[in-house]
Design a protein around this ligand. Structure first.
Ligand code: SF4
Length: 352
């Protein structure tokens, strides 16, 4: 039987390959993930973007975390048992000048990094740097159709660049796939968002990935942010349940086995066992969900709260969050939106 594929630094990797129980770790006060959002700046305008347009327009660089602040957060994270750093937004991480220093410092502390990028400006030097510093590199790609791709992100010429950059990464990352505990462990992946106009392409995308020894991940469109105003990419029968889609990929990069102890179902490990921090230091439920929570300082700012205290609070509000939704992924959960509204209206208390 073929080895099961798994993405390095995902919850399943920590659980199935490293044999860790993320729930037990959390009970001992150790979160496993830290999500550090980068500023809401991007060279694309994807219709599916989690980030609502006003976040880009209102961006004030003076409010952004400084490099020394990122380093303190990482050092505190290490001290509190965090194993993985995820950088997947808010905008495009490659456009952030501090990114290499953040990744290098995390590596120095022995923290694995997952970087999710549109890859539009990535260079050979950067790819080699990421490979050297224990980065699991994930390119977002939802179609192999040039016209559709560039229509979606409003960036002419981006498709050919993207494919060239992915092929460059496949060459440089060649040999990073390992077999461990019967699993094929990947450090290079493509993540596709399933939307109304790419349903028939899933097989081709998977084939493209396997043809380049790349892990294939997929999740359905989340009806938040920019996606809300693009009816043309929304499914006519409403939002897709992530569990119906995610297994069309090589494996899930979000679910966690350990979380089923707490909820009787698997939920997102990076959200439930992770501390999510916005580019301005405000604490969020999840890297891509509920930016309003940060705007209203409802969970505090990491500049003002001791890291230990931030973890204790996270354990409480993340339990309230997942007890109030039905699925595994808040931004893709109908109850997730209702929960957010109730929190913002003060009908559900999260000030812990
Ligand atoms: S989805 Fe990512 S690449 Fe696309 S506009 Fe949003 S931040 Fe940029």
């Amino acid at each position: 039987m073929a080895n099961k594929k798994i993405l390095k630094a995902s919850s399943y990797y920590l659980e199935d390959v490293l044999g860790l129980d993320l729930d037990k770790r959390a009970e001992e006060g150790k979160l496993s993930f830290l999500l550090l959002n980068q500023p809401p700046v991007c060279d694309y305008h994807c219709r599916r973007c989690f980030m609502p347009d006003y976040r880009r327009k209102n961006y004030d660089p003076k409010k952004a975390l400084a490099l020394e602040e990122y380093k303190k957060i990482l050092a505190d994270a290490k001290q509190n048992g965090i194993l993985c750093l995820e950088i997947s937004g808010e905008g495009e991480p490659l456009l952030e000048k501090k990114l290499p220093s953040i990744i290098e410092y995390a590596d120095k502390l022995g923290i694995m990094t997952t970087l999710i990028t549109n890859g539009n400006t990535i260079t050979e030097e950067q790819i080699k740097f990421f490979k050297k510093h224990n980065v699991t590199l994930v390119f977002s790609l939802h179609t192999l159709d040039k016209k559709k791709y560039e229509l979606d992100n409003c960036n002419e010429g981006s498709f050919d660049r993207k494919i060239q950059n992915i092929e460059k990464a496949a060459v440089i990352y060649k040999g990073t796939k390992i077999i461990k505990k019967g699993f094929e462990v990947y450090r290079l992946a493509i993540h596709a968002t399933l939307q109304k106009d790419n349903v028939e392409e899933i097989g081709k995308l998977k084939e493209f990935c396997h043809g380049h020894e790349i892990f294939f991940s997929i999740a359905p469109l989340a009806l938040i942010g920019s996606a809300l105003k693009h009816k043309e990419i929304q499914f006519s029968d409403g939002e897709k349940i992530i569990e119906d889609i995610v297994w069309q990929g090589d494996n899930s990069i979000i679910h966690s086995h350990s979380s089923s102890k707490a909820f009787g179902r698997e939920v997102c490990g990076t959200a439930y066992y992770g501390l999510n921090i916005g580019w301005d230091g405000y604490i969020l439920f999840d890297a891509h969900y509920g930016y309003e929570i940060g705007e209203r300082n409802m969970l505090g700012n990491i500049r003002d709260i001791p890291f230990r205290e931030a973890i204790e609070k996270q354990r409480k509000y993340s339990k309230i969050l997942f007890e109030n939704i039905v699925g595994s992924c808040p931004p893709r959960d109908i109850r997730g939106k209702q929960f957010l509204e109730k929190v913002l209206k003060g009908k559900i208390k999260i000030s812990v």
